[in-house]
Ligand binder design. Structure first.
Ligand code: UFG
Length: 338
C-alpha cells in the first residue's frame, strides 16, 4: 500500500526537496509547517500542507492521530548560527523543546521511525578532518546545541520507548531541484552560494569574502557542499536501517571547496566573474568542515550523484535567476534589496 509520511518543515529548503523526492516515489505526504521561514509554493502539488506551529500540541496530536505514519521527518527549525549566538533561548526553546515535544507525541502515537535533520555544527572545531561519526561532539552554538538536545531525546526514545531514529548531520546543503520547480529562498539570506549568485546577477552588492587568512591553501574557509537532492536521497535510504536500530550519519560528499573556489564556480556558471571584495572574518566560522560519510555509504549504498561542483551551482543558479524575488511575488512591490 501507499506509504504515508509526515514532514515537519516541509516548506523549507531541504524539507521541500525531500517532499519532492517522496512524491516521486508515489508516497502520501503531509507537511506540517508554520510558514514563518518556509514557503507555501515550495510544497509541490500532491503533498498536503497543514499550517501549524510545533508548539501547538493539539495540532500536532491531531495530525499524528491521523496515522499510521510510516515515518516522521523533522526539519522544522530555526537555523541561523549567528542569530542563535545572540538569542540562545529562542533556539533552545523553539528548536530544542518543540523538537522534544514532537518526539514525545510520536512515541504516544506509536510512530516507529523518525528522521532528524541535524547539523555539522555539532562538531565545533573538529579534532580531525574528514569528520567521522566518532568525532567528539561539542556544539558550536545554541543552534547546534538545540539539535543535539533533540538527538539526545531520540537516544532515550530509542532505548526506552523503541522509537527508531536516524540523525543526519548535514554539511552545506546547496543547489536546487534539477527540474527547476523549487529552490533556496531564505530571508535573510546568509549562505555563500545564493549570495554569490545574487552578486553576479547584480541583485545585491558585491560579495563579502569573510577572511582570507585561514590555515587553508588559499586562505578562505573550506566547506563540503552537498546537493539538496542527494541529501533528500539519504533521508529515504536510511529508512531501511530503522527496522531494528537507530543510526546517526554525517551527510556530505567528502570533498571540500574554498570560498574562492565557490566564487570561481559561480563565475563559470554565470559566464562572468562574481564581484567580490575581502572583508573581516565572520565570528564562529571554523576553517575547514568536510564530512566523512563512509558509514552512510557502507550501510545504505548512498553516494552523491552530484560530484561536480559546477553542476551543483548550476541548479542553484537556474532557479535563482528565474525567481528574482524568490517564492514570494508580494516582494515585487518592495524596494530593491539593500
Ligand atoms: N561566506 C562568505 N561570505 C558570505 C557568506 C558566507 O565568505 O557572504 C563564507 C563563510 O564565512 C563560510 C562559507 O562562506 O566560510 C560558507 O558559509 P555559509 O553561511 O554558506 O555556510 P556555513 O558553513 O556557515 O553554515 C552551514 C549552514 C549552517 C550549519 C553549518 C554546519 O548554513 O546551518 O553549515 O556546518 F550549521
Amino acid at each position: 500500500s501507499r506509504k504515508r509520511f509526515l514532514v515537519t518543515g516541509g516548506a523549507g529548503f531541504v524539507g521541500s526537496h525531500l517532499v519532492a523526492a517522496l512524491l516521486e516515489q508515489d508516497a502520501d505526504v503531509t507537511v506540517l509547517d508554520n510558514l514563518s521561514l518556509g514557503h507555501r509554493a515550495a510544497v509541490l502539488p500532491g503533498a498536503k500542507l497543514i499550517v501549524a506551529d510545533l508548539s501547538d500540541a493539539q495540532a500536532v496530536d491531531d495530525i499524528l492521530s491521523d496515522g499510521p505514519w510510516d515515518a516522521v521527518f523533522h526539519f522544522a527549525s530555526l537555523s541561523l548560527v549567528g542569530e542563535s549566538m545572540k538569542l540562545p533561548f529562542k533556539y533552545l526553546l523553539e528548536n530544542g523543546v518543540n523538537g522534544m515535544k514532537l518526539i514525545e507525541a510520536c512515541v504516544r502515537h506509536k510512530v516507529s521511525r523518525f528522521v532528524l535533520s541535524s547539523t555539522a555544527n555539532l562538531f565545533g572545531t573538529p579534532e580531525r578532518i574528514p569528520i567521522d561519526e566518532a568525532v567528539t561532539i561539542e556544539p558550536h552554538s545554541p543552534y547546534g546545541e538545540s539539535k543535539f538536545m533533540i538527538e539526545r531525546a531520540l537516544h532515550w526514545a530509542n532505548e526506552i520507548c523503541g522509537l527508531r531514529s536516524a540523525c543526519l548531520r548535514y554539511f552545506n546543503a546547496a543547489g536546487a531541484d534539477a527540474r527547476g520547480r523549487i529552490g533556496e529562498d531564505h530571508d535573510p539570506e546568509t549562505h555563500l552560494i545564493p549570495l554569490a549568485i545574487d552578486a553576479v546577477l547584480g541583485r545585491r552588492p558585491p560579495l563579502a569574502i569573510f577572511g582570507n587568512d585561514y590555515p587553508t591553501p588559499d586562505g578562505t574557509c573550506i566547506r563540503d557542499y552537498i546537493h539538496v537532492e542527494d541529501l533528500a536521497d539519504a533521508h529515504i535510504r536510511v529508512l531501511d536501517q530503522l527496522t531494528h536500530r537507530s543510526v546517526r550519519y554525517n551527510v556530505g560528499t567528502g570533498r571540500g571547496y574554498s570560498v574562492t573556489e565557490i566564487i570561481e564556480s559561480v563565475g563559470r556558471v554565470a559566464g562572468r566573474p562574481v564581484p567580490a571584495h575581502l572583508a573581516p572574518r565572520r565570528l564562529g566560522d571554523p576553517a575547514v568542515l568536510i564530512a566523512g560519510a563512509e558509514s552512510l555509504r557502507a550501510d545504505t549504498g548512498w553516494s552523491p550523484r552530484y560530484t561536480d561542483l559546477d553542476a551543483v551551482v548550476e541548479t542553484a543558479f537556474r532557479w535563482r535567476e528565474a525567481h528574482a524575488q524568490g517564492y514570494d511575488d508580494r516582494k515585487l512591490a518592495e524596494p530593491a534589496l539593500a
